[in-house]
Design a protein around this ligand. Structure first.
Ligand SMILES: CC/C=C\C/C=C\C/C=C\C/C=C\C/C=C\C/C=C\CCCCC(=O)SCCNC(=O)CCNC(=O)[C@H](O)C(C)(C)COP(=O)(O)OP(=O)(O)OC[C@H]1O[C@@H](n2cnc3c(N)ncnc32)[C@H](O)[C@@H]1OP(=O)(O)O
Ligand SMILES: Cc1cc2nc3c(=O)[nH]c(=O)nc-3n(C[C@H](O)[C@H](O)[C@H](O)COP(=O)(O)OP(=O)(O)OC[C@H]3O[C@@H](n4cnc5c(N)ncnc54)[C@H](O)[C@@H]3O)c2cc1C
Length: 676
């Protein structure tokens, strides 16, 4: 029997400890899902899609993934993604990217698949950088999945410093072709997802050479494998780079060219061009070829927030059914979720998940505006969004890693088992600290922007500062935190401004003392990255406040206000030393922040399970139902953890036989020998 309580599904047969949690919630999880995903329609579509997928057996895992070898993982992810391909047009709106992401995440999980990059990194640069003619030629084929592609930029020797990529594309005037060449081992493309064994096309980033002049990195459409035989084309060396920390269901690869020729029309030339006679037509912005990277980074806050939310769903549900130790009542052990330390471990991370998702939706919208502007030739928004997304991708990936690791530890010993699946989520998410721009490198990109902005403010030109950095010119007026979120923002602004100014002044002093600009920059780099982090955390706080302000439903607004207050106090406490240092914050205020934080933990406690339920991850998405060969046991919606942990252990391939060869071949002889 199912009983609906405030639209929260209460099911007979669920673990009573979880049922009790769901009953105490003060809000409707369907309504909260609408806020999380931005609309009633999207939240509803996600549920409908999850439901439809759960009824198609071939879309389920055929075996528990952690027990598979790498080859088996790739075979399984490919089986699922191709089976899904058959069902897609019936299950989703093919033009809706959110629906596409959701259904892939349901079916594939976290371990990657040969089409993940096709949609996120092959088609988008083709759309952004390709001309109408090039869209005509490749886009339809790519969208129909007649061809499979990847994005090949990083090389063995260079990833961060794109200007030093060694792969060359030399224009041949006589044949009107580009000759792609890999001059050294270091110049091998290295890392691109789905390149190793699956793709037959790649968007390749290579240094464009015309008449011996290097015009820097440009994007080329390159066919790398025969469409019939799937063998590499002559002049191409391609393969898999081996097992990784995660994403082992995907084939990240290497790629080398031996004077491989492609037609002139394969330079993606919406914004730049090489004419027949070798004349180079410049793009409207120097870094136009980097626009695709801004796109991916702009999506990372929501993506990473979702990864963290998945780990937290597992940890919070488990913490509500795990009983260990006593509080006042000595006749029954408590749910570990009742310990303040457990709440302190998990609840701020829940708040960050919400914050990242809210911030992510804003950033995606900003990117869409940029894309529209770029299409009509206006590139003025690029610098701001590059700076913003560089900071956001760095802060959210790092904090997501922290949050997921706390979720794992919060599950005690069982968190360490692959039955929690948290380590796989961690491996997948933590890659984000490196891919799409190594975090330190990206923080330093934002720092360039902050330093320039401080310099403008110092030169008495605050009117020239963009809205994102206008606070750098605000006067320092002490605030009373009791007055609410605005005061927290002002305090954070002071902290962030002071750090940006301090780092800039240090940088200036170094240069004035005769140190070169680059060396001075390096000697201030740690302080500069601190400024970038603070600026970004301030931005995330502001998006959280904006989102909560915009909510009309009172019950949702109340619980999100609790979550936002927790976020404000946790974030401010974390950086309080910056404000204590110059006396902007008093020790009394510090005490106030701590007390507010502890009181927020108590307020959130009755809503904790429903706050994670509101993400509405299905058991399939979390891999948590053994009956369907799914295996993540701790975060099951029904909360039946222990019996399923035992089932999980029984299903281990090691337990399919009582005596292993390791015993007969090695341990037994050793023991026998010892008896002699
Ligand atoms: C529809 C969907 C369907 C299906 C989905 C299918 C499946 C999904 C299911 C599950 C999937 C699950 C999970 C998926 C999750 C993840 C995906 C997995 C893998 C991700 C793949 C990652 C791919 C990559 O990593 S690609 C490679 C990325 N590489 C980088 O990012 C390199 C970083 N380096 C740089 O960007 C640059 O080198 C640099 C910016 C650091 C420096 O550049 P450069 O040297 O040229 O410039 P500078 O001299 O430093 O600066 C000069 C000025 O230029 C300005 N600048 C720099 N960049 C930009 C820019 N982009 N835009 C604007 N301006 C820029 C800079 O600010 C300077 O300005 P100034 O005024 O002079 O200061
Ligand atoms: C899971 C995964 C998937 C990927 N997928 C793709 C893909 O599909 N396509 C693709 O092209 N690439 C891909 N990559 C590659 C990825 O984009 C690069 O690894 C990334 O950009 C970092 O570059 P790097 O490896 O050169 O690191 P490095 O730059 O060598 O970083 C090493 C260290 O040096 C430091 N460092 C480097 N430069 C500076 C600097 N200027 N100032 C201060 N410190 C510095 C870094 O902070 C870091 O600590 C993927 C990587 C991963 C992990």
């Amino acid at each position: 029997m199912t009983m609906v309580f405030l639209n929260k599904e209460i099911r007979d047969g669920d673990n009573p400890d979880l049922t009790e949690e769901r009953k105490t919630a003060t809000f409707d999880t369907n309504k909260m899902a609408e806020v999380i995903y931005g609309s009633e329609k999207l939240a509803r579509r996600r549920r409908e899609i999850s439901q439809a997928v759960s009824l198609i057996p071939e879309l389920a895992d055929s075996k528990p993934l952690p027990f598979l070898s790498r080859n088996e993982k790739i075979l399984e992810s490919t089986r699922k993604v191709t089976a899904l391909n058959e069902h897609l047009p019936r299950l989703i709106n093919m033009n809706d990217e959110d629906e596409a992401w959701h259904i892939h995440s349901e079916v594939i999980g976290f371990e990657g698949n040969p089409l993940a990059l096709h949609h996120s990194l092959f088609i988008p640069p083709l759309v952004i950088q390709g001309s109408d003619e090039q869209h005509e030629k490749w886009l339809g084929r790519a969208k129909r999945r007649e061809i499979i592609g990847c994005y090949a930029q990083t090389e063995l020797g260079h990833g961060s410093n794109i200007r030093k990529l060694e792969t060359t594309a030399t224009y041949s005037l006589s044949t009107q072709e580009f000759i792609l060449h890999t001059p050294t081992i270091n110049a091998l493309k290295w890392w691109p997802g789905a390149l190793g064994k699956s793709s037959n096309h790649a968007v390749v980033v290579a240094s464009l050479i015309i008449k011996e002049q290097n015009y820097g990195p440009h994007l080329f459409m390159v066919q790398i494998r025969d469409e019939q035989s799937h063998e590499p084309l002559p002049g191409i060396a391609v393969g898999d780079i081996g097992p990784k920390m995660a994403f082992n269901g995907a084939d990240n690869g290497f790629l080398g060219f031996n004077n491989f020729r492609i037609p002139r029309g394969n330079l993606l030339n919406r914004h730049c061009n090489v004419e027949v006679d070798g004349t180079y037509v410049r793009p409207p912005h120097d870094k136009m070829n980097y626009a695709g990277m801004i796109r991916v980074r702009s999506r990372m806050a929501a993506e990473q927030g979702t990864f963290m939310a998945q780990a937290l769903t597992i940890a919070v549900r488990y913490s509500a059914v795990r009983r260990q130790g006593f509080l006042e009542n000595k006749s029954q052990e408590v749910k570990v979720l009742d310990y303040q330390t457990q709440q302190h471990r998990l609840f701020p991370a829940i708040a960050r998940s919400y914050a990242f998702i809210f911030c992510g939706f804003e950033t995606i919208q900003k990117y869409e505006t940029l894309q529209n502007e770029m299409n009509s030739g206006n590139v003025s928004l690029m610098a701001d969004l590059h700076a913003l997304t560089s900071g956001i991708k760095s802060v959210v990936t790092y904090q997501t890693g922290e949050g997921i690791e706390q979720a794992r530890m919060a599950c005690g010993g069982h968190g360490y088992s692959m039955a929690s699946y948290i380590s796989e989520i961690y491996g997948c998410a933590i890659g984000g600290c490196t891919y799409e721009g190594e975090n330190m490198v990206m923080l330093l990109q934002l720092a360039r922007y902050l330093v320039k902005s401080v310099e403008l403010a110092m030169r008495g030109k605050p009117g020239d500062l963009g809205p994102m950095v206008a606070y750098l010119a605000y006067p320092d007026i002490k605030v009373d935190l009791v007055t609410g979120p605005e005061a927290y923002v002002k305090m954070f602004q002071h902290i962030s401004k002071r750090q940006s100014i301090k780092a800039t002044e240090k940088f200036h002093r170094k240069m004035e003392s005769g140190v070169s600009r680059d060396e001075a920059w390096n000697q201030c780099a740690v302080e500069l990255t601190r400024a970038s982090r603070l600026h970004t955390r301030l931005y995330i706080i502001e998006t959280f406040i904006r989102r909560v302000d915009s909510i009309e439903d009172l019950s949702i607004k109340m619980v999100l206000t609790d979550l936002m207050n927790l976020h404000l106090n946790y974030e401010l406490l974390d950086v309080a030393s910056y404000a204590l240092e110059d006396g902007f914050m008093s020790s009394t205020q510090m005490g106030f922040i701590k007390n507010q934080l502890y009181s927020s933990l108590e307020k959130i406690r009755p809503n904790a399970v429903s706050l994670v339920d509101s993400f509405q991850f299905s058991d399939l998405q979390l891999r948590s139902n053994l009956l369907n060969f799914l295996f993540q046991v701790l975060g099951r919606r029904d909360g039946h953890v222990y019996q399923n942990l035992f089932e999980w252990a029984k299903s281990s391939p090691l337990n399919q036989t009582e005596v292993l060869p390791s015993v007969t071949q090695y341990l037994k002889p050793m023991m026998e020998k010892a008896k002699l």
